[in-house]
Ligand binder design. Structure first.
Ligand code: SF4
Length: 346
């Protein structure tokens, strides 16, 4: 008896017909799909990494209005690029997209193969496959979390993966076998669409799934349990931040130009930036958030700008007073903009 992957590959033509027919009728109307271009595909793929479609939509529209092509993006100052990205998070994506546009405009023509795209900033196996399949019809399968979930369920794979990267590597040969002889861009988008709108992580819609007859997990009734991962070790972290307002200006810390995550992004300063002990300030808010494997508790303390504090601030290059009325002109990380707005109303 052939293994489930081999059985699926043997029925590839029928699988593709079911999937592509469904996609033609049920795909969502998205701005990067209307009159598609290489630039729109690249921008949307960068924005959609780790981010939901609904969150991306207003950012994508504004971006295209302000920076309509590679040349406009390449020529834009970094402050403008970061400001347009403000609130989308994972800011290295914006910096890489900016550098990528500068590299592309310096070439005689944009590259066409996944391997050549992987040489550009911010491009990994998934993004190179997405861009080249959609823009140039390259038969490279995209394997992200959605596709891993679908393939794990279609094949009933119960192996426990240690990371999402391991899982993607495991399923890449099958994904590449399933894209053979298909219109590559539509096939990849159909798989992603199925993962985003039907084969949900919890409670997949198996009754209306176009590929239900190919699915081992549906037959076994264990779709909700697949794919399996070794549980993540969540690390707890605590950060103490300061809310310092002096008349009509607020103190912020600007991420240094070579910081990995927050270069040029403003945040509320940490107590350690100013040598302040939390007990010396008043706790005004506690915020919790999760970033990758970290569960972070942020305690925000208000403190008056004493003359001793003003001296420390004046000597610390990364600290910056920003007039409250000009807050819209600096790039604040998304949660910090919400916290500042909330605390300013007190
Ligand atoms: Fe996912 Fe259910 Fe479709 Fe299988 S039948 S691919 S589990 S939605």
């Amino acid at each position: 008896m052939a293994n489930p992957s081999a059985q699926l590959i043997a029925r590839r033509a029928d699988f593709q017909a079911a999937l592509h027919g469904w996609y033609r009728t049920h795909q969502r109307q998205l701005p990067w799909r209307a009159s598609p271009s290489l630039y729109k595909t690249v921008v949307s793929e960068f924005m959609l990494q780790q981010t939901q479609v609904a969150t991306v939509l207003p950012y994508f529209d504004r971006w295209l209005r302000e920076l309509p092509d590679f040349a406009a993006l390449a020529a834009a100052p970094e402050t403008k690029v970061m400001k347009l990205w403000e609130g989308l998070g994972y800011y290295s994506r914006a910096r890489n997209l900016h550098k990528l546009a500068q590299a592309v405009v310096a070439m005689p023509a944009p590259p066409r193969t996944p391997a050549a795209w992987r040489e550009l900033p911010g491009i990994g196996p998934y993004t190179s496959a997405a861009i080249t399949s959609i823009a140039f019809g390259e038969p490279a399968a995209c394997v992200d979390g959605n596709v891993v979930r679908i393939l794990a369920r279609l094949t009933g794979e119960t192996k426990r993966f240690s990371t999402s990267v391991d899982a993607a590597k495991h399923f890449t040969p099958l994904a590449n076998a399933l894209i053979v002889d298909a219109p590559a861009g539509d096939h990849n988008q159909a798989m992603m669409e199925l993962g985003a709108t039907v084969c949900f992580r919890a409670k997949p819609l198996c009754l209306t799934c176009p590929v239900a007859t190919f699915c081992a997990a549906r037959r076994a009734g264990n779709a909700d349990e697949l794919p399996r991962f070794v549980p993540k070790q969540i690390e707890q972290r605590s950060v103490t931040r300061l809310f310092v307002v002096d008349r009509d200006r607020i103190l912020l810390r600007r991420g240094s130009a070579n910081a990995k995550r927050l270069a040029g992004i403003h945040e509320l300063p940490e107590a350690c930036d100013l040598g302040v002990k939390p007990a010396a300030a008043t706790l005004v808010a506690t915020k919790r958030r999760t970033i990758t494997r970290f569960s972070i508790t942020e305690s925000i303390h208000a403190i008056a700008p004493t003359s001793a504090l003003l001296k420390v601030i004046a000597k610390t290059e990364a600290l910056e007073w920003v007039p409250l009325e000009q807050l819209d002109h600096v790039t604040l990380s998304g949660p910090h903009r919400r916290w500042v707005a909330e605390l300013s109303k007190r």
